[in-house]
Design a protein around this ligand. Structure first.
Ligand code: HEM
Length: 348
C-alpha cells in the first residue's frame, strides 16, 4: 500500500463515526428507544415528522409493538424515545455520505487504486449490511413478548460493528504508515497483542449479551455470585447452548470469567510493551491500553454491584476505546521480529 495520509485520515474519521454510532445506539438502548421507529426509509428517513398526521402515524406503528402493549406511553413520552433514535439513524446516513463522497473524489483523482477500491467497497457493503441488520432487529419489536432488542440479535450487531471499526482503523493506520518499523525481539509481544485484540472483541460480544438479556439485574455481587462460585441453574434452559445466550446467570458468569482473562492478558501485554524499546507513539498506545483495561474492569464491577444502567453505557463506550487502543498498539508491531540469535563466541 502506498502512503496517503489524507485517505488514511478519512478512514480514521469514519472509525470515529463508528464510535459515535455506538454512543447513539448505546444511549437508545439505555433509555429503551430501540423499537420506537417502526419504519425504514433509507433515503428519505432524514426528514423528521412535520405535523400531527406524521406523528400519529409513527405513534400508531409504535403502538403495535409488544413494548407499548406492556407499558403504554403517551405522545410526549413517545417523542422522548423517538428523537434519540431518529438522530442515531441520521448519523448512520451521514456516515454513508462521509464514506461515499470522499470515496468518489479520491477515486476520480486516482488516489485509490483498484485493489484498495475493492477493499473499501467491501467495508461499505459490511456497513450497509449492518444498517439492514439493525432494521430487522427493530422489527423484532413486533414479535409477541419481545420488549427490547433480543440478545441473540443485539450481540452480533455490536460484534460486527467492532469488526467494521477494526477494518477502518487498520486500513487507515496502514495508509498513514505503510512501512512497518522493524522492531527486534518483539515477536512474543506481537502474539500477546493479537490475543488481546481478539479477547477484547469476544468479551465485548459477551458484554452485549449481559446488557441485552437483563443480566445486569441479577447476581449484583463481586467476585462471588450471591455467595456462589458458579450461578445455580447455570444449565436450567434447554437446549444447553441456549443458556449461553439467554440464561442471565450463565451469560453474566461467562462475561466475568472472560473479562478477567482478557484483563490479565491486556495488562501483561501493556507491561511487556512498556518494558520494550518501541517507537514513542506505539509505546503511548501500550500505556493507554493498560490504563483503559484497568478502568474497564473497575467500571464493569461498579456497574454490576450498583446495577446501574447508565454506568453500563459508560462501560460500553470505554470498551470501544479499549478495543481501539489495542488495535493501534498491535498495528504498531507489524514490523516485529524475533530477537536475532546470539552469535556463539568460543571461550578463550
Ligand atoms: C476487559 C474487560 C471488559 C470488557 C471488554 C467488557 C465489555 C462490555 C461491553 C462492550 C458491554 C456492553 C455491551 C452493550 O451495552 O451492548 C458490557 C456490559 C456489561 N459488563 Fe462488561 N466488560 C469487561 C469487564 C467487565 C467486568 C469485570 C464486569 C463485572 C465484574 C462487567 C460487567 C458488565 C455488566 C454488568 C454489563 C451490562 C451493563 C448493562 O446492562 O448496561 N464487565 N461489558
Amino acid at each position: 500500500m502506498k502512503q496517503d495520509r489524507a485517505v488514511g485520515n478519512w478512514l480514521l474519521l469514519l472509525a470515529l463515526m463508528v464510535f459515535g454510532m455506538v454512543v447513539g445506539g448505546g444511549h437508545a438502548r439505555t433509555i429503551g428507544a430501540g423499537f420506537s421507529i417502526q419504519v425504514w426509509r433509507p433515503f428519505t428517513g432524514f426528514i423528521p415528522p412535520m405535523n400531527a398526521v406524521d406523528w400519529n402515524y409513527l405513534y400508531g406503528l409504535f403502538q403495535r409493538t409488544a413494548q407499548y402493549q406492556a407499558h403504554p406511553i403517551g405522545m410526549a413520552q413517545y417523542k422522548a424515545l423517538f428523537w434519540p433514535m431518529f438522530l442515531d439513524r441520521c448519523w448512520g446516513r451521514l456516515m454513508a455520505l462521509v464514506f461515499l463522497i470522499p470515496f468518489v473524489v479520491f477515486l476520480l483523482k486516482g488516489r485509490i487504486q483498484r485493489k484498495l477500491a475493492l477493499w473499501l467497497g467491501f467495508i461499505f457493503v459490511l456497513g450497509a449490511g449492518q444498517a439492514a441488520y439493525g432494521w430487522y432487529m427493530v422489527r423484532t419489536g413486533l414479535y409477541p413478548g419481545v420488549l427490547s432488542p433480543p440478545p441473540e440479535w443485539a450481540a452480533p450487531h455490536l460484534v460486527s460493528a467492532m469488526a467494521i471499526l477494526f477494518l477502518l482503523l487498520w486500513t487507515g493506520l496502514t495508509l498513514r504508515n505503510p512501512e512497518p518499523v522493524r522492531i527486534e525481539g518483539a515477536a512474543t509481544l506481537r502474539g500477546f497483542s493479537t490475543a488481546t485484540v481478539a479477547l477484547i472483541w469476544v468479551t465485548m460480544g459477551l458484554g452485549a449479551l449481559v446488557a441485552t438479556s437483563g443480566a445486569l439485574k441479577v447476581f449484583n455481587t463481586f467476585p462471588s455470585m450471591d455467595g456462589h462460585l458458579l450461578p445455580p441453574d447455570m444449565f436450567a434452559q434447554a437446549p444447553v447452548w441456549m443458556n449461553f445466550i439467554t440464561n442471565k446467570g450463565t451469560v453474566q458468569f461467562c462475561h466475568r470469567l472472560l473479562a478477567t482473562i482478557t484483563a490479565i492478558t491486556a495488562l501483561t501485554t501493556a507491561v511487556l510493551g512498556l518494558r520494550m524499546k518501541l517507537p514513542p507513539a506505539t509505546r503511548d498506545l501500550f500505556l493507554l491500553l493498560g490504563g483503559l483495561v484497568a478502568l474497564q474492569y473497575v467500571l464493569g464491577m461498579a456497574t454490576l454491584v450498583l446495577g446501574n444502567n447508565e454506568l453500563g453505557f459508560v462501560h460500553e463506550l470505554n470498551a470501544v476505546l479499549l478495543f481501539a487502543s489495542a488495535i493501534g498498539a498491535r498495528h504498531g508491531l507489524r514490523g516485529a521480529v524475533a530477537a536475532p540469535a546470539r552469535a556463539f563466541a568460543p571461550a578463550e
